[in-house]
Structures are given as C-alpha cells and as structure tokens.
Design a protein around this ligand. Sequence first.
Ligand code: C2O
Ligand code: CU
Ligand code: CU
Length: 480
Amino acid sequence: MSPVTRREALLLGGIGSASVAAGVTGLILTAPGGAGAPGPVRSGVDFVQPPVRTASRGLLDVDLTAAETSTVIAGRSATVWAFEGGVPGPTLRVRAGDRLRVRLRNRLSEPTNLHVHGLHVAPGGNSDNVFISVEPGGDFQYEYRLPADHAPGTFWYHPHHHGSVADQVFAGLYGAIVVEDPVPVPAARERVLVISDITIGPDGHPAPASASERILGREGSSVLVNGQVTPHLTARPGERERWRIVNACAARVLRLRLDGQRLQLLAIDAGRSTGPTDVSEVVLSPGNRADLLVTAQSGTNSLWTLPVDRGGTGGMMGAGAQPNQQTVHLATLTVDGRPVAAASPIPSSPPARDLRTAAVTAKRQLTFAMGMGGMSGMSLTIDGRAFDPSRVDTRVRMGAVEEWTLVNASPMDHPFHLHVWPMQVLTDGASPVWRDVVNVPAHGSVRVRIAFQDFPGRTVYHCHILDHEDAGMMGVVLGA
Ligand code: C2O
Ligand code: CU
Ligand code: CU
C-alpha cells in the first residue's frame, strides 16, 4: 500500500459521507473549480473489456440483439438496454477492405436502428442508412463495405432513430469498432475504454430526462468505464499500453487526465490525425474517440474527467441553466512489478491529407441556434429549421471540396458531427487536424473542409449532444 498523501487524505476526508454512497453515485466529486486533478483514489473492481468479435477472411458477420437486460450499475441492480446483453456491446474488429455484416434484432419495446459512427461507408440501402426504422420484434440485416483505403482507428456503433437516440444511448446501447492498423503499434497490451454515463432511477431503470436536461443535454449521475464504476488496472513499469477511448456519453464532454504516467496521443477520431504528441489531458466531445499511448512509470494514479464549461442557456431559461461541472473519478492505474525494457519505436504513418491547399469548389455556412418555442419550450435549429427527414438541406456535388463555416449563435457549445465524410478543421498548425465530431463553441465559429469524393447518397449532420439531435438540431445532406 502506498502511503496516503495529504491531498488524498483531505480528499477522502472531504467525501466521507459521500463515499458511503459512492456505489450509487460513481464517486462524483464537485470540484471547487481548480485546474488540476485530485490525487489517486483506490477502487475495487478489476477492469474488464467488452467481448470481441474479429473479422476473418474479409468478413465479420455478427448478430446485435438490442434488448432489456438486468445488470449491476454502481453496485445496484438495474434494468438497462444493451446489445448482446452487455454494456457496452461487443467490440467489432475489422480491417480496411472488409465487409461488416450486422443482423440487428430489435427486442426493445420501441423502434430502433444502427449507425456506425465515423466509418467511411455508403449511406444508403442496407449500409449506414439512418433513415431505416427497425420495429419492435423486427430484424434488419446491415452490410457495410469498408473501402480498401479506409483509415484505421477507433469508431463506434449506436442507435440513430430520430427522437429516441439520447434515450437509447443513455440506456446502454453502444459498442466500439476497431479498424486495425496496417502496421501495428508495438504495445504491451491494448485496452478499449468505452466511457458512458447513466442515471438509474429509483425504479432501477434509466431515469427519464427532465425538460431542462433535454435542453442542456443529459449527464448521468454515474460515469462508467466499460459499464463499471472506477475499475482498477495494473501495468509494469515501462510497459506501453494502447488505450482506445470512446466518449459514448449522451452530452457530457470528457476532459481526461491521468497524472504520473506518460501519455502520447496518436489520434482523435480516425487515422493518425494527431501524433504521437505528448499530452497532459485529452478533451473528447460526445462522439469523439482518442487513441492514446500510456507508458507506465510508477505509483498509483487515477484517471479523472475534469470540469468543462460548455455554456448554458444564457438568460433564456429563467436563471440561465448550466450543465454540471463535475470532477469524476473514472479508473485507477497501479504500476507495479519488475520494469520492462522500453517499447520499440512507434512506426510512422503516411502523412494525413491536407485540404488547406486544395481548390475549394463551394463555401457555405451553417448556423446553430437555440430559441424560445418548440415542444420543450426551446427550439434547437440549424439555419432556423428543425430536422425534417423528407427535406434536403444541403446538396453537394460528388468530387467537390467544400468549406463549411459552422457558426454558433447560441450560448451553449454544439459538437458538430457529419456522417460518412470526415472533416478537416482549419487551423494554423503544421499538421492537418481531422475530426468527425468538432466542437463549435458558444458564440463562436469553426471552419472545416470536406472532400465529398465518394459515396453519393443521403445522410445527416447534427449536434452530437444527443438531446439536441432528437430535438431537431440535425440536417440532411445529399451527395449526387
Ligand atoms: Cu454518433 Cu449521427 O452519430
Ligand atoms: Cu455518426
Ligand atoms: Cu447542441
């Protein structure tokens, strides 16, 4: 046992009564607004990962049954929704050029469907078609063909049935997808960490969102890593681990911090968009993923998510409601045992495409706004309109390179997500920044470039605060 530091003692003392309820709340501490992470906190359960399904000979053929299931969340029995009985569902591992065939079996009491977030695949037919509705008791066979040059990386799947996306994801329906690297990154082990949040109500079911949570975006009272509260991981000194982190929260922004170990960011979202770059924290909007190398040094350290200011409703809802600003303990890493030799160098990857020098064929602006009105008392719109699946909002010509200025006219951040085609965020930095979810800050704007080079068809873009998507902050894009 390592000696308890003064800071840790203060921390543990400070949450004396709260820690009795820690099993229920998932050890959420409200920080006084400091910048640093609290010291390490011991945790109980061993880290587990979702089961894995791996493609062989170019095909991964799986069933994903969406159904109610009984489980234990934060020490309490709970009835949640899950794929294949697990929160998260199985991790699907494929390679560029593979076919991914998923039989979605809807055993829920309401319609659902499936979306493969971040994959560059066709948006129509039985591919990544979010306009499909699979009725209760029904089955649907999806088939996604990954192009031979598909970017490697960490992706994820979740339902996308308009109007119930937040409810269904919050209830437990999500899982990771890994597209393998052509040249593996040497690591002692790889871990998938699907981070999600949920509130279990007094009846043992996921709590329905209140009116203000639907406007702010719901944040659960338990934050889970692979369905567990504060799991415990161990590594030997010198071991390099690869962590594939998915932010599957409906609305919570993660600002991840793990002090005392070496963190190198390989990518946010697909490919090798970033690194390796030494980092001290990683910020993930809902829907983003991080591909992170963690090289174990020594000691016991906790993985935290720190408060993020994502704005609020300004003066629009009485006092001006704001999302929670919480520091949450997510997991603990103990470094112990005999040191290992330094890991081999990280293989370089081909430089990412840079559209900053490309000829732009069209420019457009999308404006995100919140106003009074609508079902919940507030409207959430893009260009003044709420989502209508029968309308085309944006027509793009296949082969075009477009520049979109995303303007946020509201007092709350909106993480913008485009299906099928990744976006290059325009920055001054030397290396191109690619994302499939890009945060558009309150009263701010972001410029992105998109190469619509393949996959004609109809799909969507939307705010990845899933309550906002359900409220209509989504548009239809048609590539032809
Ligand atoms: Cu993660 Cu339109 O979705
Ligand atoms: Cu998506
Ligand atoms: Cu939003």
